[in-house]
Design a protein around this ligand. Structure first.
Ligand code: PMP
Length: 284
């Protein structure tokens, strides 16, 4: 694989980052994930807008121009022959040359890394056809989940707990209300209405979420942005999650309660079709 590191395109085995990099020592960095279908980038502008917001919230410089990000994405897709897959972009506060809680001097260059993952058939994965099963886990993350930081230890632990309990993912719960999945935004459908938590610093502002809610409203579907409880989720007609890598993926079981007979519901299935069709059309 060819990867990008600070302006250079290198074989992955030659890309090296300092042991003093703030990303490594303090999880002091942000990231984005863009999906690739048919060699084209989905929702690219939205992901770049969120990257800049995340950097800004952490007082980090934006190291590249929009054009440079786009060129690098396209070059990695081409050089790695990616038809369907994902592109990860990570920016850390760089290497101050030693360990210190205080931010490094202004002129410290951020570390910028990009790499691809090839995922043939990304848009027709088994989870989407069968629906996935989730368990709920107390949300123990920090309070700024609207910033897409590389601090992914808690979601990783929650994912492992879900696997240990024999299901696919965990839904995180705070004060009795579902926040989001380990790496996705979550939705329930009751009596034809799509319900998803409102935007705040409690959740990541999903780029796929924004697109899917727009398409749902354009298709005259009812949308309500509010928090919902685990009990409401268990009594829902359908459920699904959204993310750049999973698009719209049906959820058919929450803490052992089967939704809609345990198979993907019609609204989630329809939204997945609409999202994939529209996102492919708009891909660059
Ligand atoms: N919430 C969390 C915690 C996530 O990690 C992700 C995926 N990065 C999402 C939501 C979905 O965001 P997006 O649609 O932009 O991929």
């Amino acid at each position: 694989r060819t990867v990008y590191l600070n302006g250079n395109y290198l074989p992955e085995t030659e890309a090296r980052v300092s042991i003093f990099d703030r990303g490594f020592l303090m999880a002091d960095g942000v990231y984005e994930v863009v999906s690739v279908l048919d060699g084209k980038l989905l929702d690219f502008d939205g992901h770049m807008a969120r990257l800049k917001r995340s950097l800004n919230e952490l007082s980090m410089k934006n190291p590249l121009s929009d054009e440079e990000y786009l060129d690098a994405h396209r070059r990695l897709v081409r050089d790695n022959d990616i038809t369907d897959g994902l592109l990860y972009l990570q920016v850390t506060r760089g290497n101050p040359g030693d360990r210190d809680f205080a931010f490094p001097p202004e002129d410290t260059q951020p570390t910028v890394v990009m790499f691809t993952q090839s995922k043939p058939g990304l848009a027709d994965n088994a989870g989407a056809a069968k629906g996935i099963r989730v368990v709920t886990v107390e949300d123990q993350r920090w309070r700024r989940r609207d910033i897409k930081t590389v601090q992914l230890l808690f979601p990783s632990l929650a994912k492992m707990e879900a696997k240990a309990r024999g299901v696919d993912d965990a839904w995180l719960v705070e004060d009795g209300f579902v926040t989001e999945g380990t790496s996705n935004n979550v939705y329930i459908i009751k009596d034809g209405k799509i319900i998803t938590r409102e935007l705040s610093s409690d959740i990541l502002h999903g780029i796929t979420r924004a697109a899917v809610l727009r398409y749902a409203r354009e298709a005259q579907m009812a949308v309500e942005e509010r928090s919902f409880t685990v009990a409401e989720a268990q009594a829902a007609d359908e459920a699904f999650y959204t993310s750049a890598s999973g698009f719209v993926t049906p959820v058919v079981e929450v803490d052992g309660a089967r939704l809609g007979g345990g198979t993907p519901g019609p609204i989630a299935t329809r939204l997945r079709e609409i999202y994939l069709e529209e996102a492919r059309k708009a891909a660059i």
